[in-house]
Design a protein around this ligand. Structure first.
Ligand code: SAJ
Length: 402
């Protein structure tokens, strides 16, 4: 039996996937409310295909509880919050999860850590806890790679990495993930697995920063960045990502800082990329002011910001470029408050937040598309009388770009 500890964005889909592929699974979370919701038959966040998977797993006998189980395999997928000021990861939830597992784990059990951690975290914070007790317990790091918005498909099809001290244990854990994972699974050591995960997200951050820098250069030089990237990408060895209003989410905007923090002086491109991407929300404010002047729009309250989430078709607002922009907007746009709307965000998180598209659009003259949700793609005719700044290059009508 596998005991999954932490039933959030990664733990829940992983637990459901294992259970629906014949593995006996108990999901444990200390949040009683979350466990009660799952036991009442409801998932806790929106994701394509998650509800179907949930029903398959229930049929297969998955259990949800607040109790830690006595078993030979634990998978820890708890949050690793990030300290914005010191750019470091807080491993305390991981350590607490490991300690909880150790209390009940039998001799020779394996503890797998799925949570994203900075390279060296296991040696520094987890290993001392495991080594400091009598029982022999093996450690494994199996970082997740799935992308919010396409989690179910990617769980099934992505390649995976498993880092273990002992290759035999690595192979055993590979066997468990192979129950559902159709991709290739590479077994390596723990440090390599930790580093690889961070490198993957850093690669993407640098590529996006390059696209953002090109957008600014092309604006200055009067060139169309999207056409240039489209043509450049026809080269067989070029694959430039898309410019945008910034990089949000809990991964790409966070992981590269681990390398900057641990290797100051060596992580130079990485640091510049972070600065460029973090500067994009401010650049969008600058574009809004420019366009307002050009169009003779005077009232900031009649500017509407479409999209609050960190990217399209998800309900996650962590580190979202829109939130970063709104924080800075007050002073930059002479104190006025823009209107804001996102179809995926039901709770009120910012002032002047609308919960209905038509009302939002009626209250504004200018729309800034910050997120390319499918919702707006299906209703572009509603924007035809507006001044539009499209930061995502999705709008088909006449508009401004980054
Ligand atoms: N973005 C751009 N331009 C692009 C692509 C993305 O501006 O061309 C922005 C998005 O709008 C968003 C941010 O970057 O604000 C990050 O979004 P994303 O879709 O690129 O990635 P995440 O953060 O949702 O998921 C990433 C993935 N990592 C990689 O692709 C290397 C995912 O596979 C990881 O599992 C996840 O991080 C994680 O948990 O580490």
């Amino acid at each position: 039996m596998v005991n999954i500890i932490g039933l959030g964005y990664i733990g829940l889909p992983t637990a459901l996937m294992l259970a629906s592929h014949g593995v006996e699974v108990v999901g444990t979370d200390y949040n009683k409310e979350l466990v009660a919701t799952l036991n009442a038959g409801y998932t806790t966040f929106k994701e394509d295909g998650l509800d179907e998977l949930f029903h398959d797993a229930i049929k297969a006998g998955i259990k949800f509880t607040t109790e830690y189980q006595v078993t030979d395999t634990y998978i820890i997928s708890v949050p690793t919050p990030y300290d914005k000021k010191f750019k470091t990861v807080d491993a305390s939830y991981v350590v607490a999860g490991v300690k909880a597992a150790l209390e009940v784990a039998p001799e020779n059990a394996t503890i797998v850590i799925e949570s994203t951690i900075s390279p060296g975290t296991i040696d520094k914070y987890v290993r001392p806890v495991v080594d400091g007790q009598e029982k022999h317990v093996s450690l494994v790091h199996a970082p997740e790679r799935i992308i919010p918005g396409n989690m179910v498909y990617e769980l099934l099809h992505n390649n995976r990495t498993i880092g273990a001290d002992d290759p035999v244990i690595g192979e055993k854990i590979k066997g468990i993930y192979s129950s559902f994972c159709q991709g290739e699974i590479t077994v390596t050591d723990i440090r390599t697995a930790e580093m690889t995960k961070v490198v993957e997200n850093t690669f993407r951050d640098i590529n996006i920063a390059f696209a953002n820098e090109l957008a600014k250069i092309c604006r200055e030089g009067g060139m169309d960045v999207y056409e240039i990237i489209r043509i450049a990408n026809q080269h067989p060895r070029v694959n430039i990502l898309s410019p945008g209003p910034g990089v949000g989410g809990h991964c790409i905007s966070v992981d590269p800082w681990f390398l900057v923090g641990d290797y100051p002086g060596l992580a130079n491109i990485i640091l510049q990329a972070r600065k460029i991407n973090d500067g994009m929300p401010r650049y969008v404010i600058h574009r809004i002011s420019q366009i307002m002047r050009e169009e003779d729009l005077k009232d900031v309250r009649r500017v509407g910001v479409y999209g609050l989430t960190y990217k399209e078709n998800v309900d996650d607002i962590r580190e979202s470029p829109t939130l970063q922009m709104l924080e800075r907007m007050n002073d930059a746009l002479s104190g006025g408050m823009v209107q804001v709307y996102d179809p995926f965000v039901e709770k009120d998180v910012v002032p002047n937040q609308w919960h209905e598209l038509n009302g939002f659009l009626n209250s504004v003259d200018m729309v800034v598309i910050m997120v390319g949700h499918d919702e707006i793609k299906g209703q572009f005719e509603k924007l035809k009388d507006k001044t539009v700044l499209d930061t995502r290059h999705i709008y088909t009508g006449k508009c401004y770009h980054l």
